[in-house]
Design a protein around this ligand. Sequence first.
Ligand code: GLN
Length: 487
Amino acid sequence: MSDLHLLSVKALATLLKTKEISAVEVATRFLARTGGNPHNAFLDIDSEVTLDQARASDAKLANGTAGPLEGVPVAHKDVFVTRDFTTTAGSKILQGYRSPFDATVVQRLAQAGMVSLGKLNCDEFAMGSANENSAYGAVTNPWDTARVPGGSSGGSAAAVAARLAPAATGTDTGGSIRQPASFCGITGIKPTYGRASRYGMVAFASSLDQAGPMARSAEDCALMLSAMCGPDIDRDSTSLDMPAEDFSAALNHSIEGLRIGVPKEFFGEGLHADVRAALDAALREYEKLGAKLVPISLPRTELSIPVYYIIAPAEASSNLSRFDGVKFGHRAKDYADLVDMYKKTRAEGFGNEVKRRIMTGAYVLSHGYYDAYYLQAQKIRRMIADDFQNAFKACDVIAGPVAPSVAWKLGENANDPVADYLADIFTLPASLAGLPGMSLPAGFGAHGMPVGMQLIGNYFKEAQLFGAAHALQQATDFHLLRPEGVK
Ligand code: GLN
């Protein structure tokens, strides 16, 4: 079959089940596509590992023990630890590191039958919005290789957009699934905090980190998220004790009468006109499909930036203290004593953005500043969550932009990290509140670049997001289009 690599997760799963194609055939096709590492999307590929998994899938398909996604390839963000591939989290400090176990999410997708194509590039420790903070080089956007793919799950988004993998995993702390999905014209969802286990996810900011799927459609994301979620309380104390859910069952729910909240703060001055135009058109499409648009307010939207950039670095400074040259990865070669070893190891191993976050985090947690910054941020975080509950009295889901603009040029913000921080404004609120958020292709903006629409649901209402996203994807074809150069 010549267009195997263009097929959806769902189509591949079906053809594998009916034995029209084999897992080895599918894996071989994708391995041929990832060879040469287009867009610098991958950090580790091992064709023998992938083919072994594919052969095991074919055996299961033959003997009737196949999982729901048996033989369908997936690639994992390099923030998930894996036994069979290296895990670096995009950092030099973990160069060559091999975990003795698989992250729960990786394990569950393998149990569902997915075959791993390897590990995907990302911003170092998932800190960034453009994938330019990776120690292994930037990833390019398949729609325009002079532009960033978004971040921190930039490798995941680029791989799916370039048809190097039908689906990928991502992690989202403040937008890292939603924003790259938007920049690369694909679909991605961050579930409610606690839905997916964080066990084996290299920690950035533990009260915010969540795993989720990235694929071309809501339908494919639903299949994957159903396999990824479920309790794991023995290994992640914040994992919710809620049974896994079949999100595919929700896809065809009618959206007749669905109340879509449109927050005025998401459509203010900062939003670029081209992005607004695409979103306006998508919202009109929702009205045609029977949904009702309701004006709402999320008054503390702007505060989400300072709040997030206090809380996330604070948690990061604590989480990253484990990289001391003793337990994991890199250790400096020449040092005078133990303290000198720590210092040199961390100075050599961490990149600039990570160092900036550690310093900010240590500062806001320090005696005398804790109350003024960290505690204050925690209080506003609670108010941001309350604002959402207030808004959900008037609507079922909230719609808005994912980012103020389309993907920017590589290097554009090289000397201005705050410019990247500010662009996170629309994804941070849902992260701080722990709410599920989704990004789906909603059209094109300046330079022909994709524009994503963000849908935010109330806690545990992923099914509603899938229903709303699928309805739009049945009526539009943005999620089916691919970059010109991708054959
Ligand atoms: N851009 C945000 C940051 O740099 C979010 C990253 C993420 O979600 N991992 O922290």
